[in-house]
Design a protein around this ligand. Structure first.
Ligand SMILES: Cc1cc2nc3c(=O)[nH]c(=O)nc-3n(C[C@H](O)[C@H](O)[C@H](O)COP(=O)(O)OP(=O)(O)OC[C@H]3O[C@@H](n4cnc5c(N)ncnc54)[C@H](O)[C@@H]3O)c2cc1C
Length: 435
């Protein structure tokens, strides 16, 4: 076994770990043979597929300057997003684009929106949805969609994570959207950026190219906390003074020793959904331009479909189009061949593919930990685990280290903050990172 000794070591080479490595110059240890984690892209027969839809929806100057410094070029895109419900495509967000809905449903949605202020203050995510958009929009889209997406009912969730993630329309926008089809775009991704070349994974690749020390193929298998030593499956080990960990908290707890029982139990209470992605490369085009579509109805396999070829041309070979369908699940992942067949069948049912469409490439990706579920156990469990990590000079970072709903820009910022913290401050200050 070879052992190296480091002042700072970083576990995980996704966007958070790579940003921490870029800022600190410390070594990054990544399990896979390529960097990027959830934000990487796969190249399949000339098509570029991300791990589920990925678009950059930030105006944060630090992130934009960093991306500029890395030389990643972006195309700015005006969003064309839709919802497919009751057999019709309606522009997203539904609340301000309801003209496509049957008239009786539209009237109910608008009436309930105007009465939403009569509802009691929210105590859970379901209440929050109802008091934000009214019962009509809630029952037609947001509640069934949430259930399909998270795999738990929104009444079992808090709403602390919502922030700007769920668009908040004005009364005027709702009324206008019920009578005029203007495709009103509100929300943080009404326009978005996407890398001009190489898919979303090109961000991680650019970061990886600027690391002073990136060790791929280094899967941590044991973390000895008193000795401050991480051992890897390939026989290497690293001793550290401080560790930044961007791997998921349940995995960290599983690998670490010793682990108090209360920490082990807390880790057992953390939940995410899982997402199985079916990618299709298609000969010809898929007009009209649509970037993504939400599918709230339970009899359709996927909850979301994106068309990467409509973001930028470079994700498909010339004269081709592509579709990525995301299926949420808990427990055992779908069988890949069955998931591809079911996806194609459902895409035909909703009119995105015809019987004549020629599919020239297929691939799948399994994201076992996708979106953190904000249930009522999360906060207390997190406090227990983070306090224990802090005592052992470990700084958690990233989406799954902080166990939060980070978009990629926020994951990068958390890596940056973790690096600055370990370079300048006492590990006890790590609590600041959690919020
Ligand atoms: C389906 C989906 C869609 C998304 N869409 C968007 C979007 O449109 N826009 C946006 O901005 N963000 C989006 N995000 C969020 C974005 O992908 C994440 O915030 C970001 O990629 C998280 O980066 P990270 O470094 O924190 O975590 P990760 O990417 O999970 O990185 C952790 C790394 O640790 C490695 N690792 C795990 N275990 C070990 C081990 N034992 N030893 C060594 N290494 C290990 C993993 O291989 C991984 O590379 C989306 C996320 C998902 C799941």
């Amino acid at each position: 076994m070879s052992i190296t000794t480091e002042d700072i070591a970083i576990l995980g080479g996704g966007l958070a770990g790579l940003t921490a490595g870029y800022i600190s110059g410390a070594p990054v240890f990544e399990a896979q043979d390529s960097p990027g984690g959830v934000a990487s892209s796969d190249k399949v027969d000339g098509f570029v597929f991300d791990r589920g839809i990925h678009v950059l929806q930030t105006n944060n100057k630090i992130v934009l300057n960093l991306l500029d410094e890395l030389g990643v070029r972006f195309t700015e895109v005006t969003r064309y997003a839709y919802i497919y419900a009751r057999g019709v495509y309606t522009s997203y967000p539904f609340q301000v684009n309801s003209t496509g809905l049957p008239i009786s449903l539209r009237l109910r949605c608008v009436r309930d929106f105007l009465r939403k202020d009569r509802l009691p203050p929210p105590g859970n995510y379901e209440d929050w949805i109802r008091s934000s958009v009214g019962n009509g929009f809630a029952d037609t889209f947001l509640i069934p969609y949430s259930e399909k997406f998270w795999g738990v009912h929104p009444r079992e969730m808090t709403f602390e994570w919502t922030g700007n993630r769920v668009p908040q329309p004005t009364t005027w926008q709702v009324l206008r959207g019920a009578v005029i089809d203007r495709r009103t775009g509100i929300g943080s991704n009404a326009t978005f950026r996407y890398p001009t070349q190489g898919g979303y994974g090109s961000i991680a690749e650019a970061l990886a190219a600027r690391q002073s020390r990136l060790s791929l193929g280094h899967r941590a298998t044991a973390i000895d906390l008193p000795r401050r030593e991480v051992r890897f499956a390939n026989g290497h080990a690293v001793r550290y003074r401080r560790l930044i960990s961007t791997i998921s908290l349940p995995e960290f707890v599983r690998l670490a020793s010793p682990v108090p029982e209360e920490v082990r139990q807390a880790a057992g209470r953390l939940r995410t959904n899982s997402i199985f992605v079916v990618n299709l490369g298609i000969a010809g085009d898929l007009r009209p331009v649509r970037h993504w579509i939400h599918f709230p109805e339970p009899d359709i396999a996927f909850f979301r479909v994106s068309l990467p070829g409509h973001f930028v041309d470079s994700t498909t070979p010339h004269g081709h189009a592509s579709i990525s369908a995301e299926i949420a699940y808990h427990g055992t992942p779908p069988d890949p061949a069955a998931a591809i067949d079911r996806t194609i069948a459902d895409l035909r049912r909703v009119g995105l593919l015809s019987d004549e469409t020629r599919i020239v490439a297929t691939s799948t990706a399994d994201i076992r930990r996708a979106y953190v579920i904000y249930d009522f156990d999360r906060r207390a469990a997190l406090e227990t685990i983070h306090a224990w990590m802090r005592r052992h000079h470990v700084v958690p970072s990233g989406r799954y280290g902080l166990w939060t709903y980070f978009w990629s820009d926020e994951a990068m910022l958390s890596g940056r903050k973790a690096a600055q913290l370990v370079m300048t401050a006492a590990p006890e200050r790590v609590a600041e990172l959690v919020d």
